[in-house]
Design a protein around this ligand. Structure first.
Ligand code: GLN
Length: 198
C-alpha cells in the first residue's frame, strides 16, 4: 500500500488521514524531517498557512519538504496547503514563506469576510461528469498560472480553484470534509504511478 505522509503541525490533518486510510493507503503524521523517510506522497492540509509556515520552519521540516517537492514527491495541498505549495503569495505578510514548487500566485482569504465559507457544485472534468460538492472555508484562489500549470477546475466566474503541475495537485477547497473522495483517489493514482516508475 502507498505510504502517504500528512503534514500534521496544524489544521485538519486528521480528516485527510481518515480519507486516505479509507482508500487503502497507510498514513504517517509528518512533523519532523525523519517522518519524511520512506513516504510515497505528501498531503498538506487546510488550516492557517501562517501557522503552518512558522511551525514547519521551527520544526526544521520546511527545507526537507521543499527538497522533497523539487525531487518529484507527489504532493496534494488543500486550502492552506495550496498556499504552502504556491511559489507566490500575493497578500501574505512579508515574512510569510511557502514551500513552493507550484508556479502560481495565490490570494489568501480571497472571498472576503462576507463569505467566510460556502459550498458549491463544482465541475472537475478529470474526475468525470459528476460535479463535486466543494466546500470553501476562508479560501485562497489562484490568480495567475505559469505555463506548466493545468487548471483542473474554475468557478462559473472563471476563478481558478484547482490546479495540477507535474507532481503537485492543489485545491482551494476541502474535499476531506465531504464524502466525495475522488480527488484523494486521483492523488493516490499519481502516487502509485510514481511508485511503479521508480
Ligand atoms: N485562510 C487560511 C490561510 O490563509 C486558509 C483557510 C483554510 O485552510 N481553510 O491559511
Amino acid at each position: 500500500a502507498p505510504r502517504v505522509g500528512v503534514l500534521a503541525l496544524q489544521g485538519d490533518f486528521r480528516e485527510h488521514r481518515q480519507v486516505l486510510e479509507s482508500l487503502g493507503a497507510d498514513t504517517v503524521a509528518v512533523r519532523r524531517e525523519t517522518d519524511l523517510a520512506g513516504i510515497d506522497g505528501l498531503v498538506i492540509p487546510g488550516g492557517e498557512s501562517t501557522v503552518i509556515d512558522k511551525l514547519s520552519r521551527a520544526f526544521g521540516v520546511a527545507d526537507p519538504i521543499k527538497a522533497a517537492i523539487s525531487g518529484g514527491l507527489p504532493v496534494y495541498g488543500t486550502c492552506a496547503g495550496l498556499i504552502m505549495v504556491a511559489d507566490r503569495i500575493l497578500d501574505g505578510a512579508v515574512t510569510q514563506q511557502s514551500f513552493g514548487g507550484l508556479d502560481v500566485s495565490v490570494r489568501r482569504n480571497a472571498f472576503g469576510s462576507q463569505t467566510e465559507s460556502f459550498e458549491t457544485a463544482l465541475a472537475i472534468p478529470v474526475l468525470g461528469e459528476h460535479p463535486m460538492r466543494a466546500v470553501f472555508i476562508r479560501a485562497p484562489i489562484v490568480v495567475e498560472t505559469g505555463p506548466g500549470v493545468s487548471v483542473l477546475a474554475s468557478l462559473v466566474d472563471g476563478t481558478i480553484v484547482a490546479v495540477e503541475q507535474a507532481n503537485i495537485i492543489a485545491t482551494s477547497f476541502h474535499p476531506e470534509v465531504t464524502d466525495d473522495y475522488r480527488l484523494h483517489r486521483y492523488f493516490l493514482d499519481r502516487v502509485r504511478q510514481r511508485m511503479l516508475a521508480r
